[in-house]
Design a protein around this ligand. Structure first.
Ligand code: NAD
Length: 481
């Protein structure tokens, strides 16, 4: 299990090297402010080859950071989406870089108008611990596709992964193009004070506020990829086993330590028992045991495990009914650093688990009588990062889409919208601001520079003073009406 292993002395050194790296990247960018499409594609191909070469080392480093990180969770949740994101960027760079033609008003002819997508400069990327590959190399790929240099601050809780990534990147990129740092929150806080040309932060809403405040000092634009309580709503009609099969992997992948994992389920009150047995059916099938099962990821460290255990105790004390799934006892799982999927019913708002983002394998079930009630429940709370609808009724689906807000939605699935490279990804309100992924990601890391270009003939002279000429009268007749 990984706790913060960075000493104060290391943090001090990292802060110094961070300052130097930032200056180096700024000057490197000035030397090469507009890499060609070919150069960008080369960088991305190099990145992909490096990832493939380091696949085994990365999977094993992730395992060491988590205590037990299922190799398949690492491949499916970290490795594969990163490679897919790189391939997606490679395929689209030329199209994205093309200037976008715009129309010119009649009065300003002859001329051209277009938007040029220009690299911004030095991009800062701050990464959380839960998917350390996808959430560092993913944004890096988009930043490079847009022609920038980038500095990445990794989480202090993934030291083994950070080390392998640092080796992999330094073998393939000069640190003036791509730099990566570990270090504790002090290094992270210092990182966010640098005058990046754009800062992408992935992490908690609490730290997101600190990052935005620090970035504001430089008017550094931020994309904040935060968390929140993502609901899953089940309708009256859907076959329950089918419904559960749509969201269960989204909850059990990485043992629920996923920003877009279903946080709680909204279930018609007369279907709660059906839901509980369907979840138990799938969980027991997927994970016949938890404790010694290499397919089931551990909770990353003691602090996170204690937090989840305390929230479970708090809910139990306040009257929740707790159903721990799987064949092992809760106590023996906890000893091995794991927490099985645990259902909570009879929950209320006094319980911490109903107030804070869970970020682990606890799953409260909230009952509702009418769709309006379920919609109100969602709208009475912070706008979530994701929302999932389990329903085959298109009117029900549309009603939820139109009456609620969320960073992204899956209908009859969970979490997989994140892996659709062509869709933008980002939260709304307290779950984040701005987007990356898709063409939106390229635009996030580019300046959309409007250019108005005139050629040899300058029509403007006709309207020069002295005013009161026929041309002025005509212009006013046609354009002020
Ligand atoms: P965190 O906010 O504690 O830490 C994230 C990063 O911020 C780490 O690298 C940390 O070193 C750094 N940091 C700490 N203090 C800082 C400061 N004062 N200034 C700048 N940076 C600072 O989050 P975490 O515990 O690593 O990750 C869990 C959270 O991340 C959850 O809320 C989860 O929902 C969210 N998350 C969101 C997404 C997304 O794409 N929206 C993805 C994964 C995780």
């Amino acid at each position: 299990m990984a706790d913060n292993k960075y000493t104060l002395e290391q943090d001090h050194q990292l802060v110094e090297s961070l300052d130097q790296l930032f200056e180096q990247q700024k000057s490197a960018f000035r030397q090469q402010p507009y890499p060609s499409a070919e150069q960008r594609i080369q960088s991305l191909k190099k990145l992909k080859a490096a990832m493939l070469a380091y696949q085994d080392e990365l999977v094993s480093a992730l395992n060491s950071d988590f205590g037990c990180r299922s190799a398949d969770d690492s491949k499916m949740g970290d490795f594969m989406p990163t490679l897919m994101a790189i391939d997606y960027s490679i395929a689209h760079i030329k199209k994205w870089m093309k200037p976008s033609k715009r129309s010119v008003g009649v009065l300003f002819q002859p001329a051209k108008a277009y938007v040029m997508y220009q690299p911004l400069g030095v991009i800062g990327i701050i990464t959380p611990w839960n998917y350390p590959l996808y959430l560092s190399i993913g944004p890096l790929a988009t930043a490079l596709a847009a022609g920038n240099t980038a500095m990445i601050k990794m989480s202090e809780f993934t030291p083994a992964t950070n080390e392998v990534l640092a080796k992999m990147l330094s073998e393939n990129f000069d640190s003036s193009q791509v730099a990566i740092l570990g270090g504790g929150p002090k290094v992270a806080a210092h990182f966010s004070t640098k005058a990046f040309d754009h800062l992408l932060f992935t992490g908690s809403t609490r730290v997101g506020k600190l990052v935005m405040a620090a970035a504001a000092q430089n008017l550094t634009p931020v994309t904040l990829e935060l968390g929140g309580k993502s609901p899953t709503i089940i309708d009256e009609q859907i076959d329950m086993k089918d419904a559960v099969s749509r969201f269960i992997l989204g909850k059990t992948l990485n043992a629920g330590q996923t920003c877009v994992a279903p946080d709680y389920i909204l279930c018609p009150s007369n279907r709660i028992d059906e839901l509980k047995s369907a979840v138990a059916h799938w969980f027991n099938k997927m994970y016949p045991s938890v404790e010694n099962n290499q397919d089931y990821t551990a909770i990353i460290n003691d602090a996170q495990l204690s937090r989840l255990k305390a929230w479970l105790d708090d809910a139990t004390e306040k009257g929740a009914s707790v159903t721990t799934l799987g064949s092992d006892s809760l106590a023996s799982c906890i000893t091995s650093g794991k927490l099985p999927l645990t259902l909570l019913t009879d929950v209320n708002m006094d319980m911490t688990v109903m107030q804070e983002e869970i970020f682990g394998p606890l799953l409260p079930i909230v009952s509702y009588e009418t769709v309006e009630q379920a919609i109100d429940y969602i709208n009475d709370r912070d706008r979530p990062l994701a929302l999932y609808v389990c329903s085959q009724d298109s009117q029900f689906q549309q009603r939820i889409l139109e009456h609620t807000h969320a960073g992204g939605v899956c209908i009859n699935d969970a979490a997989m919208h994140v892996a659709q490279d062509d869709l933008p990804f980002g939260g709304v309100g307290p779950s984040g601001m701005g987007h990356y992924h898709g063409p939106e990601g390229f635009k996030t890391f580019s300046k959309a520079k409007p250019v108005f270009a005139k050629g040899k003939f300058n029509s403007a002279t006709m309207a020069f003073p002295p005013y009161g000429k026929l041309i002025h009268k005509l212009i006013y007749k046609f354009f002020i009406k």
